[in-house]
Design a protein around this ligand. Structure first.
Ligand SMILES: *Cc1c(COP(=O)(O)O)cnc(C)c1O
Length: 471
């Protein structure tokens, strides 16, 4: 990199961009790295979704600085061993290929190196973040005045929601309080309770019906019982898009029950809330606008680069009441609060940049096209697998589909899942192998925009062969 004025003889120039002249070395490094990344992305379909073991570069800094050529060739080794989300057969998880403008958002965010902790460390970005959170909340149908904060992942959004709910209900010091969620809710809720110092049994599971959605009648029973026994409730968590099958809890009924019992409703929409960004798809997650708090993960289907999660609240001020400490080493806020006062994280990168650029690059039409494509592929796969009579399909209204053999015990389903996943990998198709309802399934997530009919047909072929008796 270009050089600051030499301070001491014998010390090489430090690799910080020159503040007073064009830094040709920096530009060259960025261009070479971009070219290397573009080559990696462009060859995605020639490499398997899950690479084999790769050679690792040296990890320790040497005595002398490494030049760009060495850095880039070491970087290539890591890239060679990276998971390959751009392969059309990468269907295992909620990790799609990256949206173009969102890659740029990450790069520029790093270059600006601002800090969302405080306004004076991120003046324009703090305002951008606040405005975008308000727009998202409005677009999802939350009441006027709603807003929120980005978080490093949905687990953190869920944790902040539950801490805020507990604080707002005056239960911060109550060790008896409980959280209710469906039996299919995400594991991050259990983790949140651990962090909150609550015992595992504080998470009360409400059974689900055949479609994987919470049974509101059973929720009502549990709420009434807790009330009779004087056990306080921190929140009910409704899931909009469960992790294995993409089921959606009946949020209008759950919201009505929460309203009647005066209980906080948190919607874990890490998977499904993005569907409410589109007028066409909003009905798939009906009722989510009645949440007191809502988790949304743009990193999961929209392809915003990780991490991108958002916690939205009908009353965003409650975040500051739960987490505010005062920031004695900062200038007072001049326009609506410091980022570090409205959530658990302190220093925080400008994740808003890649979300803002990504959403604007897609436009509402593009967002809808992403959702359309994902749902259409799930339908196509469901139609293909539906022709295999020995298979039980478990899905929902979103873009996930899991399946397991109809017959045989749990042990044989597990053996089938291991064997079939291997056969699929050999055909460059990567699915995941969740344990669901005490039985191993294979799960396909149809969020990859590169997946076409050829992959789906190949997938159905391998699965059909896995169940037919040996000749
Ligand atoms: C993925 C997921 C989460 C957690 O999100 P992370 O970003 O992985 O922390 C929470 N809830 C649901 C329903 C999810 O699918």
């Amino acid at each position: 990199m270009a050089s600051a004025p030499p301070v001491q003889r014998g010390i090489p120039p430090l690799p910080f961009a020159a503040p007073d002249s064009h830094d040709a070395a920096l530009q060259q490094l960025l261009e070479q790295a971009s070219a290397q990344l573009c080559a990696w992305l462009a060859s995605a379909s020639q490499r398997p979704p899950l690479p084999g073991l790769s050679v690792m570069p040296a990890v320790e800094p040497h005595q002398q600085p490494q030049g760009s050529a060495q850095l880039l060739s070491d970087l290539q080794l890591v890239m060679d061993g990276a998971y390959n989300p751009g392969h059309p057969g990468a269907l295992a998880h909620l990790d799609p290929p990256p949206l173009a403008a969102s890659i740029v958002g990450d790069l520029i965010g790093a270059g600006l190196n601002n800090n969302l902790l405080a306004e004076e460390l991120s003046p324009s970005l703090t305002r951008l973040e606040r405005s975008l959170m308000a727009w998202l909340a409005e677009r999802l149908g939350l009441p006027a005045g709603s807003g929120g904060v980005p978080a490093s992942g949905g687990s953190l959004s869920n944790l902040m929601a539950l801490v805020t709910a507990r604080h707002s209900r005056g239960l911060a010091c109550c060790g008896e309080a409980v959280v209710l969620a469906s039996a299919d809710a995400h594991v991050s809720l259990a983790k949140a309770l651990t962090v909150m110092g609550l015992p595992p049994q504080a998470l009360r599971q409400v059974p689900v019906d055949d479609s994987g959605a919470m049974e509101p009648a059973l929720l009502e029973q549990q709420l009434a019982q807790l009330q009779r026994r004087g056990i306080p409730v921190i929140a009910v968590v409704a899931t909009a898009g469960t992790t294995v099958r993409g089921a959606v809890d009946p949020m209008p009924e759950i919201a009505a029950l929460c309203h009647r019992h005066g209980v906080w409703l948190h919607v874990d929409g890490a998977i499904g809330a993005v569907f409410a960004l589109s007028d066409v798809h909003r009905s798939r997650v009906q009722g989510l606008e009645r949440a007191d708090s809502l988790t949304l993960n743009p990193q999961k289907l929209l392809g915003i680069t990780k991490t991108s999660s958002v916690l939205l609240l009908a009353r965003p001020r409650l975040l500051e009441q739960a987490f505010g400490t005062g920031l004695p080493y900062m200038e007072p806020s001049w326009s609506g609060g410091h980022g570090g006062e409205s959530g658990l994280q302190g220093s925080r990168p400008a994740e808003v940049l890649k979300l803002w650029l990504g959403l604007r690059q897609l436009g509402l039409v593009g967002i809808e096209a992403v959702l359309d494509g994902a749902v259409a592929r799930r339908r196509q796969l469901k139609a293909l697998l539906g022709q295999i009579s020995q298979l039980r399909l478990v899905g929902g209204p979103l873009h996930l589909l899991a399946f397991t053999p109809l017959r045989g015990d749990a042990a044989s389903a597990e053996r089938w899942s291991v064997r079939t996943r291997q056969q699929l990998l050999a055909a460059d198709l990567m699915l995941s192998r969740p344990l669901y309802a005490a039985r191993h399934h294979l799960k396909a997530v149809m969020g990859n925009p590169h997946t076409g009919a050829a992959e789906l047909e190949r997938l159905a072929g391998v699965v059909a062969a896995s169940l037919s008796p040996c000749p």
